[in-house]
Design a protein around this ligand. Structure first.
Ligand SMILES: NC(=O)c1ccc[n+]([C@@H]2O[C@H](COP(=O)([O-])OP(=O)(O)OC[C@H]3O[C@@H](n4cnc5c(N)ncnc54)[C@H](OP(=O)(O)O)[C@@H]3O)[C@@H](O)[C@H]2O)c1
Length: 324
């Protein structure tokens, strides 16, 4: 029997329900994966709350790692027993096992454990595309990243450091300052206490930064714009504090001739070639020790409500997983 978390209506963590089902056989281009770990992501809370509407009833979760139990009749590149990981639709990673399309899977190289792999496919690949594709950051550039002690933050900041960037990270509490420093930030600002735009301009001697990577959204947008230099790029990749609604181009973008982008993984990693290229680079960085994953916590699948509550109350530092 398969244990799976489902939602029937949008709402708080209480709408996450554990069910037991009989999993169907994989379709011809799918494999059945027995999960060893499931990645916990802030985006899961958007699906659960209805901020990103999903067709209900629905499974939940986008990221997982495990071992292939069965393959569909047309599966070419994977075999039973392979260790694999994935990120992306269809929803349903919060489960003991599931069927998943072959085209979105990657093999996990030996030496990378599956609990770590389950945190890399969303958070690591996001760091990869933000730093290499959206705004390719250069060595010695000073860049700003919000929520530097978070899940994406832990990987992004180490990755940026390994490229030689000077990273300014923001955090929401004093306790998170040491976490962000450990993640590789050269400067850390507690934006709950300090005016981060003023501080960034002080650090950069009034010049500003060429790029802001902002996964916080509503609460940080305007001050992030203040931090940018002429022709800088505002990369708004998430909405932990709420979505950006209307952007006033005349007020926010025009005065400094800025670039604005709202990227998602699907814009950078939707083909198999892109996925392979990004994952190979990412796995190599893990093997070389340039990025170390320090799991915040392993929650039991049964404790998923607590995991969501912790995520939304800003308790979680670094990547966390659910263990089926
Ligand atoms: N576009 C993409 O491709 C993509 C892919 C993956 C993730 N994301 C986005 O990246 C961001 C980080 O994701 P994650 O899974 O690693 O989460 P996370 O950073 O571990 O958690 C979100 C963090 O946002 C900060 N935050 C600021 N205001 C908040 C508020 N009002 N409520 C809750 N949190 C608030 C908190 O850190 P402080 O307490 O330090 O402020 C919190 O810990 C999310 O916005 C997510 O949607 C985007």
């Amino acid at each position: 029997m398969t244990r799976i978390i489902r939602i029937e209506k949008p709402g708080g963590p209480e709408v996450l329900k554990l069910e037991t089902i009989n999993l169907e056989k994989p379709s011809p281009e799918e494999v059945t994966i027995e999960h060893k770990a499931i990645g916990l992501n802030f985006i899961d809370t958007y699906h659960r709350s209805g901020s990103y509407p999903v067709k209900l009833p629905s499974g939940i979760g986008l990221e997982g790692a495990g071992v292939i139990k069965e393959i569909g009749s047309k599966v070419k590149d994977f075999s039973v027993g392979d260790s694999v990981a994935y990120a992306g639709a269809p929803l349903g990673a919060y489960s003991t096992e599931r069927n998943y399309p072959e085209k979105n899977l990657v093999k996990v190289p030996s030496g990378i454990n599956l609990e770590i792999a389950a945190t890399l496919m969303t958070k690591g690949l996001t760091a990869y595309y933000l730093l290499h594709k959206t705004y390719p950051a250069s060595s010695n550039e000073t860049i700003l990243f919000h929520a530097a002690a978070g899940g994406v933050g832990q990987i992004f900041c180490q990755w940026a450091k390994s490229m030689g960037c000077n990273v300014i990270g923001t955090v929401g509490s004093d306790e998170k300052i040491s976490v962000a420093k450990k993640n590789g930030c050269n400067f850390v600002i507690n934006y709950s206490k300090e005016d981060f735009a003023k501080k960034v301009l002080e650090i950069t001697k009034g010049k500003g930064v060429p790029v802001v990577y902002d996964g916080v959204g509503k609460n940080t947008f305007h001050k992030s714009i203040e931090c940018l230099k002429t022709r800088g790029m505002m990369v708004s990749f998430g909405n932990a504090s709420g979505s950006l609604e209307n952007i006033d181009v005349k007020k926010s973008i025009q005065p400094k001739g800025l670039y604005f982008t709202r990227p998602a993984m699907m814009h950078y990693l939707s083909s198999q070639d892109e996925l392979k290229e990004g994952s190979n680079i990412m796995f190599e960085k893990i093997k070389l020790g340039q990025i170390k994953i320090d799991l915040y916590k392993k929650y039991r699948l049964d404790d998923v409500k607590q995991a969501h509550a912790d995520l939304e109350s800003r308790k979680i530092t670094g990547p966390a997983v659910l263990i089926p």
